[in-house]
Design a protein around this ligand. Structure first.
Ligand SMILES: NC(=O)c1ccc[n+]([C@@H]2O[C@H](COP(=O)([O-])OP(=O)(O)OC[C@H]3O[C@@H](n4cnc5c(N)ncnc54)[C@H](OP(=O)(O)O)[C@@H]3O)[C@@H](O)[C@H]2O)c1
Length: 289
């Protein structure tokens, strides 16, 4: 293992699912910056936080992740997901600090294709959330030369805030409370463990191979099959009804396929991330532990 070149790594969004994994992995090298200490949409707040932290690397794990709500308040999503990374990119570029920014599979979907997306594919979001994330990517890529912009999919992990949910926790709760869940069976994705992603990203930032990447656990599934796997491993005795996206009737449109081709990252990291079903099994056992 080469010596780490970064010793003061600021983690913006440190209390979220991914931010929490970075704190755990980076230990004494992590400078945790929580929402209470920094408002990412405010340029002054970002500058002050970076001056106080004096980092040699910045990770942006903060985001507005409310996909449906973003349709009603697109300006809020844009402020956090687009102007926030813009503020960080400008502040990092001024100080020649490299920036890792995390983005989403929901920058895709408009072309309704059924094969995985590569970094060279033209994005086309279906909703306000995806649009705000795409704008954030463009700001980082154009304003901060030393950047990693990494798109991922369906994250689940351990956030600091008690009661903060994710798909896995929500399904476990609903399955146990109601004994019956209805889950969409026509959206293909790769659920991704925040712990596995953070580990891969810590390796990626050692490479200095700056650029745009796709990174998820390996393989593909639907939310319905993912739920079947969760219930089987966790021994939840509930029926699962497969429904269509139209039947579910969510406010925001979502990609029918948001699979990400991760070969570019695998080339740099000398391997793919673990399969999604292994990852969720580890996650479920960590919830019990
Ligand atoms: N979750 C998914 O399924 C998913 C899928 C694809 C990509 N991603 C991307 O992956 C990254 C990590 O996601 P995650 O699931 O770890 O997110 P998360 O658990 O929701 O954490 C986001 C963090 O950002 C903070 N935050 C929100 N608004 C902020 C603001 N205005 N200023 C400063 N901090 C703010 C939150 O703090 P408070 O809670 O205190 O507000 C929270 O700690 C994000 O870029 C996300 O878009 C996530």
């Amino acid at each position: 293992m080469p010596p780490y070149q970064y010793q003061r790594i600021a983690i913006i969004g440190a209390s979220g699912q991914l931010g929490s994994e970075f704190r755990r992995l980076l230990g004494e090298r992590a400078i945790a910056i929580r929402h209470s200490q920094l408002e990412i949409s405010d340029p002054l707040s970002v500058r002050q936080a970076l001056i106080a932290a004096d980092p040699d690397f910045v990770i942006n794990a903060a985001a507005y992740n409310w996909v449906d709500k973003a349709e009603d308040e697109p300006q809020v999503a844009y402020a956090v997901n687009a102007l926030g990374p813009r503020n960080l990119a400008l502040a990092c570029a001024e100080r020649s600090i490299p920036l890792l920014h995390v983005s989403s599979d929901y920058v895709f979907g408009l072309d309704a294709r059924d094969t995985p997306y590569s970094e060279t594919d033209t994005p086309g979001p279906l909703g306000a959330y995806g649009l705000s994330k795409l704008a954030g990517e463009y700001f980082v890529r154009s304003l901060c030369p030393q950047h990693y912009v990494v798109r991922t999919c369906g994250l689940y992990g351990h956030a600091e805030a008690v009661g903060k949910g994710n798909f896995v926790k929500t399904m476990l709760r609903l399955g146990r409370e109601r004994g019956h869940v209805r889950v969409v069976d026509d959206q293909y994705c790769t659920p991704t463990s925040a712990a596995d992603l953070a580990e891969a990203l810590v390796d990626l930032i050692q490479t200095e191979a700056f650029g745009l990447y796709h990174l998820t656990n390996r393989g593909q599934t639907t939310w319905y099959d993912f739920t079947r796997e969760i219930f089987e491993i966790a021994n939840v005795n509930a029926t699962i009804e497969a429904i269509s996206t139209a039947e579910f009737g969510a406010k925001a449109r979502r990609p029918a396929n948001s699979l990400l081709n991760c070969d570019k990252a695998a080339g740099v990291l000398h391997g793919h991330m673990p399969p999604w079903h292994d990852a969720v099994a580890r996650y479920l056992s960590s919830l019990n532990g």
